[in-house]
Design a protein around this ligand. Structure first.
Ligand code: ADP
Ligand code: MG
Length: 340
């Protein structure tokens, strides 16, 4: 059974970035206003996520590492949105704990003492009182130490870090009201202010050169919206809302990974949306160059194809052509408005 559990856990925790994703999501679920992600060697040597969220009592932290202990038995919206991880709801901590050495230090807000739980390979080793700040720190050491096949399959640290960075960046961009920091091998990679603006978050994550080259698109431009913007949203396409920012065509990268797309609040991979963004630039974009973009789309759940594999981030739309049209039109009008 232990083997089966480890294999199942390996499905949830594919690589360091998947653990980071689950831990950051838990911090956000716990209503944190500050989240700090610290990784060593791309996360292969250690992952630590600290938050100032609501914390857990000693009983709650023991329950949290058991299997099937979700606080959200059925997150139907996720299922319908097809981009959640319903299949693994309530199993993330247990799964991470099954394939690593896990330490949780946590204290509920207002409590006078906290708890430290240690676990290795799925077995709780100790639970004891601990002095710690309010909130929760989860430390994942020796990831896959007991799953050699999985350990071997890990890529170079730099590659693993790229994945971790992408996850952290996605959560930072979609949660501008949370101060989110990422540290790698003792170096601070970025740190957002949590002041609530997308522009400030882009500045923190991508730097000044990129931040100053960003143009607002769609609904965010509402105060100064021209007819083209309104039409983009009201053309009877599938999108209810479209907002975000895209970069000036001179500020590009050779990789499409700087096109961040969020569908109904979830960080996804949507090839159709990325293609539509690129199409809007037309010949202004050099071959194999991609703009920076942070786009938030919202549309009815029944417009998103349910993807049965919870780990996949790729999302498909019932009316893909409609989504493409609306995205392309909105980006085109943003570029036009800026005289680009
Ligand atoms: P899920 O998030 O789907 O409930 P997890 O295994 O990720 O399942 O977490 C189990 C439970 O542990 C959560 O429901 C929550 O009650 C608790 N928990 C996990 N991480 C934190 C955290 N950072 N702060 C407070 N509670 C947490
Ligand atoms: Mg969770």
């Amino acid at each position: 059974e232990a083997t089966i559990e480890r294999i199942a856990a390996g499905e949830v925790v594919e690589r360091p970035a998947s653990a980071v994703k689950e831990l950051v999501e838990n911090s956000l679920d716990a209503d944190a206003s500050r989240v700090r992600v610290v990784v060593e060697a791309g996360g292969t040597d250690g992952i630590r996520v600290t938050d100032d969220g609501r914390g857990m009592s000693a009983e709650a932290v023991e329950r949290a590492v058991e299997k099937h202990t979700t606080s959200k038995i059925a997150d139907i919206d996720d299922l319908e949105a097809g981009v959640g991880s319903l299949g693994f709801r309530g199993e993330a901590l247990a799964a991470i704990g099954a394939v690593s050495r896990l330490t949780i230090r946590t204290k509920p807000r207002g409590a006078n003492r906290g708890t430290e739980l240690r676990m290795a390979g799925g077995e709780i080793e100790s639970v004891k009182p601990a002095g710690c700040p309010e909130g929760t720190t989860v430390e994942v050491d020796d990831l896959f130490y007991n799953v050699p096949a999985r350990r071997k399959y890990l890529k170079q640290d730099a590659t693993e870090f790229t994945h971790v960075n992408r996850v952290a960046t996605g959560y930072a961009l979609s949660n501008p009201e949370v101060a989110l920091a990422l540290e790698h091998d003792g170096r601070e990679v970025f740190s957002t202010t949590g002041q609530g603006s997308l522009e400030a978050t882009v500045l923190a994550v991508y730097g000044r050169d990129v931040a100053t080259a960003m143009l607002p698109i769609g609904a965010r431009a509402e105060s100064g919206a021209d007819d083209a913007d309104e039409a983009a949203i009201e053309a009877g396409g599938p999108l209810d809302e479209l907002s975000g920012i895209v970069s000036h065509p001179e500020t590009t990268r050779a990789s499409p990974e700087y096109c961040s797309v969020f569908v109904n609040g979830r960080y996804v991979s949507a090839t159709a949306v990325r293609d539509a963004i690129v199409a809007a630039y037309g010949s202004q974009l050099a071959p194999d160059r991609y703009p920076f973009a942070v786009l938030f789309l919202s549309l009815p759940a029944d417009q998103i194809d349910v993807n049965v594999h919870p780990r996949k981030r790729e999302v498909r739309f019932a009316d893909e052509a409609g989504v493409r049209d609306q995205v392309r039109t909105a980006v085109e009008s943003a570029l036009m408005r800026e005289g680009v």
